[in-house]
Design a protein. Sequence first.
Length: 440
Amino acid sequence: MFLHGTSRINNEGHLEIGGVDTVHLAKQFGTPLYVYDVALIRQKARQFKETFEKHHVKAQVAYASKAFSSVAMVQLVHDEGLSLDVVSGGELYTALKAGFPKEKIHFHGNNKSKAELEMALQENIGCIVVDNFYEIELLKEVSSHAKGKIPVLLRLTPGVEAHTHDYITTGQEDSKFGFGLQNGQADEAIKRVREDDRFHLLGIHCHIGSQIFETTGFVMAIQKLFTKIKEWKENIDFIPEVVNLGGGFGIRYTEEDTPIPVSQYVDVIINEVKKQVALMDIPFPEIWIEPGRSLVGDAGTTLYEVGARKSVPDIREYLSIDGGMSDNIRPALYQAKYEAVLANKANEPNKDVVSIAGKCCESGDMLIWDIPLPAAKPHDLLAVFCTGAYGYAMASHYNRLTKPAVVFVEDGDAQLVIKRETYEDLVRNDLSYKVKVKKP
Ligand SMILES: Cc1ncc(COP(=O)(O)O)c(C=O)c1O
Ligand SMILES: N[C@@H](CCCC[NH3+])C(=O)O
């Protein structure tokens, strides 16, 4: 059993996180329950920041809030002194509700609406990461809402294929995101933004994908970007003040995953930028990164209550739990794999091999296939590890299941940070259909 962060097995043989017994958490808050190990999030945040400080490099570490956004989460990010990447009006609204410093918010997205851009300009946030030519025009249309010049990064696709699931690679040329670096779009975007004095072109951005274990993709992206920067410096006198290299740093879900420490990703990035800056003879830009998964992924654990069991003789044992694809779509969407334990029997030997089935009406709603566990009975507590990123964030109401509660645990204290939804919440926006009575 691989335990992340402050997770441990206590004297009662129960899984404990942040000094709190998960069996008590399940009793107090119900299941399914998302539990976040706050100390582990803080530790990761500090590792990122301290590595930049060690290199004496001007930097911003912006948490990609798409991985898990809530008022408490955003407040925690602020407490750790990070910046914030948002990708919709909703994520921006959450950040504002949380009182996050506006100047440290960066707004992403390949189809920001006019209303979203207006909101971002009215709130005078740190920068807009412009994704396409249409957005440049939209920004001009709403520019009267800006408090000064509009700070802009241009998202570029460097033509680097990250080795990860097809759905989460983003740096390749054939992508819905960003301006192509190799096909002239990036040059044209720089020209259009610079020739309009409503904009302040801060720099460039790229993000090559997610759940990446190798550093070669980052190195290649940096080399491609800086080769272009040299060209821009010589031909159009453009040198970016900021180079944002996105996120994508992988984490360990199962033993098949072999991530490197977050500090090592940052070391490799900074060393390559140093090399390129010397080679191209340009001033050292501010380096920004946008980790999502690597900040919160392994800090999250989902607790479920075990229910029905079905035996298919000589084939498989299905063990159903009280959640599933509605609170964690990743196994169904990306064939993602997870590890789990029986949290109330964490010291008992594994005697069974079972497959964990969700309760949604889909055969594909399977959380884990063929996992060894102690003999499980109804009402046992299953803890699935590493669900902190893109779990709650991608939850749905499929089958009209209510979204779970979320608690933060730290130093023996548990705090509810998102309430469990109620049935009433589910129908809150539903309206009755008033059938018009046909006249005879
Ligand atoms: C632009 C951008 N930045 C940051 C991230 C965060 O990625 P990750 O959670 O893999 O660190 C993503 C998601 O892939 C993204 O699209
Ligand atoms: N949702 C994906 C990651 C997407 C990254 C955002 N661009 C996952 O769960 O792995």
